[in-house]
Design a protein around this ligand. Structure first.
Ligand code: SF4
Length: 363
């Protein structure tokens, strides 16, 4: 595992061309006053950024031309370039977006009949190196700023409004489960959560932050007392198998992960979700299921089983047999642990779990 760099915040982006996406309404009001305009212009600007998803200053037609000129002299909007969009028959759309520095990440829109979600990336690449993950194979490049994460949600919502057949035009759910380990970019992820909630009006309970299991950061997140869901990617019932799949488990044993998850529940009242990618013949055995059931018995927990999608770049794993999935589920349910099985979407476009991976543009 690589050492994580210090957090990159919007404060560290050169002031001269700082992106506006990422600033709160209050900050935009202050910006407006700073530039010699009334505070309510900042509120109008926030609406253009977060509700109307404006991509140019010219589109902000109710703002005075002088205000728009002053803004554009010192700021960009912060809308990333959408390099490509892949669509699946089920409506899932995967976007490859590129930021000003040439780094690229992917995010995925998941539209349903009456709601819509987006899976966001929190880092360019990932240092966790989970052996089954296409992102992990890329290594780590840098953290994303809050605005860069929120911009992914804006790109997805824009697609929802303009092209999706879904009845809804607003995102209702956000999961930080794309590229990166969100808790290694915690300060920025928390700021992004507030922006999604306050500026894009996405309910806290519709937001999920996932982690591979970093107990110190899980405790820090718990202290925020947000009403979001914490999802812990466990992927094993025994320490031995978990260490094979998730290198970070060598540093943080399961005992410490569960203790931090319990703390999260104590401080937030939110039941923790445990994510479990089922790899055929590796962690889908009765032994792993029994061990997992023993850990979770009596805990306020929910397990999300994700049968493995073979990613093109990682060929050593195979999908679990249907019978193995059913057996795994039965073992957990026999001790009253609620289990869901993730409905697989976007498979044809490599938008399923563990399949997001993209390099940086050559410049
Ligand atoms: S599964 Fe998540 S934490 Fe693990 S390497 Fe992939 S992106 Fe990183």
């Amino acid at each position: 595992m690589k050492e994580q760099p210090s957090v990159i915040t919007s404060r560290s982006i050169p002031k001269s061309r700082r992106a506006l996406i990422g600033l709160t309404t209050e900050q935009l009001r202050e910006k407006s006053v700073e530039l010699g305009f009334e505070p309510f212009r900042g509120k109008q600007l926030a609406e253009w950024l977060y509700q109307k998803r404006a991509r140019t200053f010219d589109a902000m037609t109710n703002l005075p031309a002088a205000f728009r000129d002053a803004l554009s002299a010192n700021h960009t909007i912060g809308w990333p370039e959408v390099v490509s969009t892949y669509s699946a028959d089920d409506g899932t759309a995967k976007f490859l977006v590129e930021y000003a520095d040439g780094n690229r990440v992917e995010c995925v829109l998941l539209p349903y009949e009456d709601r819509a979600g987006v899976c966001l990336s929190s880092q360019v690449g990932c240092a966790a190196g989970c052996v089954f993950c296409a992102t992990g194979a890329m290594g780590f490049t840098r953290n994303l700023t809050p605005g860069e994460m929120v911009a992914q949600a804006l790109v997805a919502e824009d697609r929802l409004v303009t092209q999706s057949s879904s009845a809804t035009t607003r995102l209702s759910h956000v999961v930080f489960m794309g590229m990166g380990e969100p808790l290694w970019n915690l300060e920025n992820v928390i700021q992004a959560v507030y922006l999604l909630n306050e500026e894009m009006k996405i309910g806290m309970r519709g937001i999920t932050v996932s982690t591979v299991g970093i107990p110190p950061a899980m405790r820090t997140l718990a202290e925020e007392k947000l009403q979001i869901t914490l999802a812990v990617s466990l992927h094993a019932g025994t320490e031995e198998v978990r260490r094979q799949l998730v290198p970070v488990a060598r540093k943080y044993p399961m005992e410490s992960v569960f203790a931090a998850a319990d703390r999260y529940f104590d401080l937030t009242g939110r039941r923790v979700t445990y994510e479990y990618v089922l790899l055929g013949g590796v962690n889908d055995t009765k032994e792993e299921a029994t061990a997992l059931a023993a850990w979770l018995r009596g805990r306020p927990a929910h397990v999300n089983l994700i049968p493995w999608n073979p990613a093109r770049s990682i060929s050593e794993f195979k999908a679990p047999h249907r019978e193995a999935v059913a057996r795994f589920r039965n073992v957990l349910e026999s001790v009253q642990i609620p289990v869901t099985q993730r409905f697989e979407r976007g498979r044809g476009i490599d938008a399923a779990c563990g399949q997001l991976a993209i390099g940086k543009r050559r410049r």
